[in-house]
Design a protein. Sequence first.
Length: 134
Amino acid sequence: MSITFLEHTADILFQAEGKNFQDALEEAAKALSITISEKVQKKEDFEIHESAVNLEELVVAVLSSLLSESEVREMIPGGLKITSFKEGQDKVQIKAKAWAGEGTQKTIVKGVTYGMLKVERKKDKCVIQVLLDI
């Protein structure tokens, strides 16, 4: 599992890699957290329940929920652990335990975008590419 930050002129672009979609999405949540603060001290847990018509939309929904739920709590998103993942013909669903905390904010992330968004599943790994609006 890994995170690679890529060059982008105005925003933050990264790729998160895992052995499957769930692992890659957990890495993408870490990348979101790292973008906002180098270190987050865990303070509060919460759950995320999202569904979408495809994996790309699910990525945006989950990361956006992590960001917005953390902002409501006036904290920095820390990460998440996926507890349930279901993939059907016309819908994908996810449940995750997420957490937020305190830290020194270095970047303000306004949102998770659909620009340059990719989910590539291969035989032995999954790569998710995300562009964050800063």
